[in-house]
Design a protein around this ligand. Structure first.
Ligand code: BG6
Length: 484
């Protein structure tokens, strides 16, 4: 047995991650239609974003210009190449290809834009990793069908995938069907993940609105079917395609060794994390999911061959986002903390970011092992990072040591997980270039190695500059994770 540990695999995919609705801009350029994100106003940590059914004059919508990758893609890709990126995670804006979502013919000019982006990436040997639907769908589908609530939308999505698979079959190998598909299993994910409008409040992630779990889980079922269908279709179009799922991994520890807490943590892991990935990786609803639906009087309407479709559309690899961890307790009086997707009980051993997300590098190693023990397929960490306020010094430099510390500690734990035997194939930290925050719509919550001169209200000249972390990450990549 050759038992020598040689660090990260030779062809490890180092890179960075973005999403069209948070960085592309050009919201009306070349025939693009409105997407669900285009009707979301700006917000802050304390003031929620709003969803407006019509665009309001004088209201600020962060996605409309975002950081204008649409016009800066050559400059941005050049900077990614300078850092040595092997891969770049981006998403395609569905409404750029099918402006209303249900047209029969695609928008050629939209397709052309991504031809150009992929050609630019190829120039620098950067492998695209494409999310097909990242927290957006054409708003036309919401207006006409309440989006994923309707089964019709499956066909629209399959048509969209067939179009992009055929068009980009020689330039893209890695695809993800839905970003953080499991957010639709939670009330706040209704609009973000499913394009569903479930009340008239117009408040994004409204904690006070009545949950309509029946609609949400039916919509989620439609996404499972859509995902499975396109995994099969993608492999028919190009057998070398690698098509993955993407889960917002919520690492939850039992707050104490009280068996009640321990069981609750396992139940949360099952329902929040494994509900969706068991279906996408193994091709069938697990028993605990069936029980959850039964206990909550949710009945999934299935068509005759749905079970077969799920079985035939299992993903090739598993990807996930990891930002933080929290605790689970049977005691409802304990202090809560906020977090990505969902909060939990505060962990006294951890510090938190300015946005209240608890920083836990060891939790990443724990999560990687936990996921790999279950599925034994290649894993990729496609989001991880620290949202923070950056200061530009008088000389223009940005000394983001806090970001370097965060990433360094997470990379160390990834390496330990590789040592543990986890088949980890890539790492794309979130928001490798500053972009709009999904939850709050802010610019000041920055994740990037590259600073973008723009503020929360849209002021700034959009110029790009390298932060201290830019040079640090460049060395990390160059040394394949040895020099951190
Ligand atoms: C993930 C999403 O949940 O978290 C991204 O996939 C998002 O779209 C990221 O931007 C960070 O969250 P936020 O709210 O800080 O932008």
């Amino acid at each position: 047995m050759n038992n020598k540990f040689e660090g990260f695999p030779k062809d490890f995919l180092w890179g960075g991650a973005t999403a069209a609705n948070q960085f592309e801009g050009g919201y009306k350029e070349n025939g693009k239609g409105l997407s669900t994100s285009d009707v979301m106003t700006g917000g802050t940590h304390t003031t929620p974003r709003r969803i407006t059914k019509e665009l309001e004059e004088g209201t600020y919508y962060p996605s409309h210009e975002a950081i204008d990758f649409f016009h800066h893609y050559k400059e941005d890709i050049k900077l990614f190449a300078e850092m040595g990126f092997k891969t770049f995670r981006m998403s395609i804006a569905w409404s750029r290809i099918f402006p209303n979502g249900d047209e029969l013919e695609p928008n050629e000019e939209g397709l052309k834009f991504y031809d150009d982006v992929f050609a630019e990436l190829k120039k620098y040997n950067i492998e695209p990793l494409v999310t097909i639907s990242h927290y957006e769908s054409p708003f036309g589908l919401t207006k006409k069908y309440n989006a994923w609530a309707s089964r019709e939308v499956i066909d629209c999505y399959v048509r969209y995938c067939e179009t992009i698979f055929k068009r980009y079959k020689d330039s893209v190998k890695y695809w993800l069907t839905f970003n953080e598909i499991n957010c639709l299993a939670l009330p706040f994910g209704a609009f973000l993940g499913g394009g569903l409008l479930l009340d008239d409040s117009g408040v994004f992630m409204n904690k006070d609105s009545e949950d309509k779990a029946q609609i949400r889980f039916q919509a989620l079922h439609h996404q499972f079917i859509a995902s499975a269908k396109v995994v099969k279709l993608g492999h028919e179009i190009n057998k070398d395609f690698k098509i993955g799922c993407m889960i917002a991994y919520m690492c939850s520890y039992p707050n104490t060794c009280n068996p009640e807490d321990v069981f609750l943590a396992q139940e949360k892991d099952n329902l929040s994390n494994f509900f969706c990935s068991d279906i996408q990786v193994r091709g069938t609803y697990p028993g605990f999911a069936k029980r959850y639906l039964r206990d909550n009087n949710i009945e999934i309407k299935m068509e005759e061959n749905d079970e077969q479709i799920l079985k035939e559309g299992c993903v090739d690899f598993y990807t996930f986002s990891y930002y933080m961890s929290n605790c689970v307790s049977a005691d409802p009086t304990l202090e809560e903390t906020s977090g990505n997707i969902m909060g939990g009980v505060k962990n006294p051993y951890l510090k938190a970011s300015d946005w209240g997300w608890q920083i836990d590098p060891k939790g990443l190693r724990w999560s990687l092992n936990n996921i790999y023990n279950r599925y034994q397929i290649p894993l990729m960490v496609v989001e991880n990072g620290l949202g923070a306020v950056d200061n530009v010094e008088a000389d223009g430099s940005i000394n983001d040591d806090y970001r370097i510390d965060y990433l360094r500690e997470h990379i160390k734990e990834m390496k330990e997980a590789v040592k543990d035997g986890v088949d980890l194939i890539g790492y794309t930290p979130w928001g490798c270039i500053d972009l709009v925050s999904a939850s709050t719509g802010e610019m000041k919550k920055r994740y990037g190695f590259i600073y973008v001169n723009k503020d929360n209200d849209g002021n700034g000249d959009l110029s790009r500059s390298r932060k201290k972390s830019f040079y640090w990450y460049k060395d990390v990549i160059k040394s394949n994770g040895e020099k951190i």
